[in-house]
Design a binder for this molecule. Structure first.
Ligand SMILES: NC(=O)c1ccc[n+]([C@@H]2O[C@H](COP(=O)([O-])OP(=O)(O)OC[C@H]3O[C@@H](n4cnc5c(N)ncnc54)[C@H](O)[C@@H]3O)[C@@H](O)[C@H]2O)c1
Ligand SMILES: [Zn+2]
Length: 355
């Protein structure tokens, strides 16, 4: 068994997040240890299938877990109700029972959709996350938010459903494109800006090998802690939306051609700039954040018209009544929530633009 780090997330009955190189080859035994004797439906996308499905199925077989697998075409556009329906029908056809499990093998798209399928199939079966993107490793595989997109917007239907365990094989990240690596780095950098200057400083150098594992471990620890105190995003969990209000608007204006992390990076840079101009954010923060983002080829600004961004953001579900909540850094490692009338959004975007 390869060495790995363990982070415990104490939500519900609690679960372990295992982080280390080579874990997929042993995932069967690790899963059996977490969930006991059962059958499994492995859900994956067409890219990840080619790279890692066989390793997972072989390991499940060795651990005496009888498994079936379902592959959907890769891409955010497939995180929809039609593919969800196919997954549910597949589980029913294969007579997956109450005691059986769903295994999400892939990035955030797979994790969100397979997790949602697990939340609703037979009114809920257990599931396991095997994240294979950096974004899924540092963010989406932990915390229990599951969702699909609807025609009117992203993540509009979903459920809170915590996994039984998360097994992150860091070797899988070696096959990610540089774009996908940066996409995940953005959420990791966000964690540093939110909670920890030392973590933020780790992005000064090359982030790979041991250092990457340590970054993932710390991000999971911070996210796990926030989810422990506010699972349903009523208070503190909203901090994790740093850069997301403007980021979602940018993502939407790009018609989702821009990756989630890339859009969040630009959103984060912009809220830092706006915060400095409003006297909330310590001077120099925006520059430090932008320098770090640029090191990973992440954007720090947007050319989209402010009116278009406002319309895109206001159709987003994170609006509540006539107010909108921003996450604004006071300094690196400390951010605050500020609730403003929705009309303030345009001003924040204007102040945030690097003109
Ligand atoms: N639930 C949450 O808390 C949460 C948090 C953040 C983001 N999200 C969601 O996550 C999704 C984005 O996740 P993502 O960026 O992982 O997208 P993704 O799952 O689409 O993966 C990105 C691309 O990388 C490919 N891929 C995956 N693993 C690979 C590997 N090891 N090697 C090579 N290619 C690989 C995929 O096939 C896909 O083409 C969005 O839908 C977003 O809404 C959810
Ligand atoms: Zn995000």
């Amino acid at each position: 068994m390869p060495e790995y780090k363990t982070v415990k997330v104490n939500v519900g009955k609690g679960y372990d997040v295992l982080i280390g190189g080579g874990l997929l080859s042993d995932c069967g035994g690790l899963i059996a240890g977490a969930v006991g004797k059962c059958r499994a439906a492995v859900i994956t996308d067409s890219n990840v299938e080619k790279l890692y499905l066989k390793t997972v199925l072989d390991s499940l077989k060795t651990a005496d877990i009888d498994a079936v697998s379902f592959t959907f075409p890769a891409g955010e556009e497939n995180k929809n109700i039609s593919v969800l329906s196919d997954i549910l029908e597949f589980m029913a056809e294969n007579r997956l029972g109450r005691g059986d499990i769903v295994i999400a093998l892939g990035g955030g798209v797979t994790g969100d959709m397979a997790g949602f399928a697990a939340a609703v199939y037979l009114r809920g079966v257990r599931y396991v996350q095997l994240p294979t993107t950096l974004l899924a490793a540092v963010d989406s595989s932990v915390g229990g938010k599951t969702a699909i997109d609807l025609t009117r917007g992203k993540n509009l239907a979903g459920a809170f459903k915590q996994p039984e365990t998360v097994i992150c094989d860091t070797d899988t990240l070696k096959t990610l494109s540089p774009y996908q690596m940066s996409n995940g780095m953005a959420e990791a950098i966000k964690t540093g800006v939110l909670f920890d200057r030392n973590l933020f400083c780790m992005f000064d150098g090359d982030v790979s090998g041991e250092r990457l594992e340590s970054v993932i471990e710390q991000c999971v620890r911070y996210k796990g802690h926030i989810v422990e105190i506010d699972e349903k995003e009523r208070n503190e969990r909203r901090l994790l939306n740093l850069g997301h209000t403007i980021g979602h608007a940018i993502e939407k204006c790009s018609e989702y051609k821009m990756g989630h992390g890339h859009a969040v990076a630009a959103g984060m840079a912009m809220i830092c700039r706006a915060g400095e101009k409003l006297g909330v954010t310590e001077p120099g923060t925006a520059e430090a954040v932008c320098d770090t983002l640029r090191r990973f080829d992440l954007p720090t600004n947007t050319d989209y018209n402010t009116g278009d961004l406002v319309s895109a953001a206001l159709s987003d579900k994170k609006r509540s009544g006539g107010t909108i909540t921003f996450v604004v850094p006071e300094r690196i490692g400390k951010c605050v929530l500020t609730t403003e009338p929705v009309e303030a959004l345009g001003r924040y975007i204007e102040l945030g633009k690097d003109k």
